[in-house]
Design a protein around this ligand. Structure first.
Ligand code: B1M
Length: 205
């Protein structure tokens, strides 16, 4: 069974061995893409009513197990310090797979990453800008309802006179370039790999 199919079907006990085998002759990034594809297919089945939340959770768990093996192989060369980014999934949203992938890519590229986790209230981002002084705040959202929270974070930073001290990057499946512009974010990244190059440009590096 392909890696993608193993994730889609939530074959959590088979994924580790399959990924170890795949690593022998496939690029880690290609394996990551296959694992992501499996999640997407599970999501489509959920949308069509064929899968329930429990099936999606099983697929997500299988994805995570596969990523545990791939993660150390993504960007495993030591890089010079590139900057500091604070990441979080916005309030009301518990999806973190994409955000964690973004985190892995930033760490691999030489960024210091502070992960605020999931369901992060706008005030936590504000506090983090005050205390951690990041170069960038990275917001992730996977629901059409929670992506609206991104604007709340930007407003909260403005209210606290902190907006000009930090760049804002937004991402997540329902988010778009147009949406990012409409809420006053500095950038939008469609995926984890591009997020790093967009961040470097944003910081003039
Ligand atoms: Co949820 N879910 N889910 N889910 N889930 C979606 C998102 C959905 C599209 C499924 C569907 O209907 N087809 C749908 C949203 C519909 C909508 O709003 N339009 C949905 C729903 C409805 C729900 C619940 C409401 C279901 C319910 O309870 N009735 C519920 C919500 C819970 C909540 O958040 N309050 C829910 C729950 C869950 C699980 C817990 C079961 C699980 C999450 C587990 C976890 O994350 N730990 C889950 C999953 C796994 C999915 C799908 C299947 C997969 C999401 C995923 O991880 N994709 C998803 C369907 C789908 O995507 N086809 C779905 C892979 C991931 C690598 O991609 O996150 O897009 P993504 O990240 C990408 C880019 O977007 C980008 O880079 C990443 C890598 O390239 N990116 C950034 C992301 N963040 C970024 C930030 C950046 C830059 C780039 O800068 C800072």
């Amino acid at each position: 069974m392909s890696l993608s199919k193993l994730v889609e079907e939530g074959e959590v006990y088979a994924i580790e061995e399959a990924v170890i085998e795949a690593v022998k002759n496939t690029e880690p990034i290609k394996i990551t893409e296959e694992l992501i594809n499996g999640l997407k297919l599970a999501g489509e089945k959920f949308k069509s009513g064929e899968y329930f939340v429990v099936d999606m959770m099983q697929a997500a768990e299988t994805f995570k197990e596969g990523m545990k093996i791939i993660k150390p192989k993504l960007g495993d060369t030591k890089k010079e310090y590139k900057g500091k980014i604070v990441l979080g999934t916005v309030q009301g949203d518990i999806h973190d797979i994409g955000k964690n992938l973004v985190l892995t890519m930033f760490e691999g590229a030489g960024f210091e990453v502070i992960d605020l986790g999931i369901d992060v209230h706008k005030n936590e981002f504000v506090e983090s800008v005050k205390n951690d002084k990041p170069d960038i705040i990275g917001l992730s959202a996977l629901l059409t309802t929670t992506m609206l929270e991104m604007e709340g974070v930007i407003q909260a930073l403005k209210t606290n006179n902190l907006r000009n001290q930090v760049k804002i990057m937004v991402g997540g499946a329902p988010v778009s370039e147009r949406f990012a512009q409409s809420i006053g974010a500095d950038s939008y990244a469609p995926n984890a790999t591009e997020a790093v190059s967009i961040a470097l440009k944003l910081l003039g590096k």
